[in-house]
Design a binder for this molecule. Structure first.
Ligand code: S3P
Length: 172
């Protein structure tokens, strides 16, 4: 593997669980960008949103993404909003192969369950927020993806196998 494999997609798409399995199968490190941000900041994603708002989170997220350019090839699970910034979409394309794990709003919410760790969905109106955010982002995921894998009605093992299948031959 000569460059990163990025998993993008909406919250609840399974990026972290699938990414862990795919990394293990490929024998490369796994990076969860949100976990890394939280560890570096010593704060949860929710706390970062509470302190500095979404804008400050997006800046930290951009820095964490760009920092990957000096790291060995890894499987990277990105936060669902990583595609919002132009510069991030450019970095994703430049630094690796991008897989979009597709999910619909209803299934995403069902998988997430407790939305309290997802600041953009927590509180009343979360279901509506999920639908409109997903619609707004669909074209951004499409713009950056080299490969699209539909996760609807599929478990983690099945999605991981589909990702490995789709990226075979694209990583070297
Ligand atoms: C976000 C998704 C979250 C996290 C933050 C913002 C988004 O990551 O980065 O709450 O804007 O879609 P997950 O997609 O891993 O839940």
């Amino acid at each position: 593997m000569t460059h990163h494999l990025f998993l993008v997609g909406f919250m609840g798409a399974g990026k972290s669980s699938v990414g862990r399995q795919v990394a293990e199968r490929l024998g490369v490190p796994f990076v969860d960008l949100d976990e890394r941000i939280a560890a570096e900041r010593g704060a949860t994603i929710r706390e970062i949103f509470e302190t500095g708002g979404e804008k400050s989170f997006r800046e930290v997220e951009r820095d964490a993404l760009i920092a990957l350019q000096s790291e060995p090839p890894s499987v990277v699970a990105c936060g669902g909003g990583v595609v919002v910034r132009d510069e991030n979409r450019g970095a994703l394309k430049r630094l690796g192969t991008v897989v979009h794990l597709k999910v619909d709003a209803a299934e995403a919410l069902a998988r997430i369950g407790d939305t309290s760790t997802r600041p953009l969905l927590s509180g009343r109106g979360g279901a509506m927020a999920a639908t409109s955010l997903l619609v707004a982002r669909e074209s951004l995921y499409a713009a950056v993806a080299d490969v699209v894998v539909d996760t609807t009605g599929r478990g983690i093992d099945e999605v991981a196998a589909a990702v490995l299948d789709e990226v075979a031959g694209r990583l070297s």
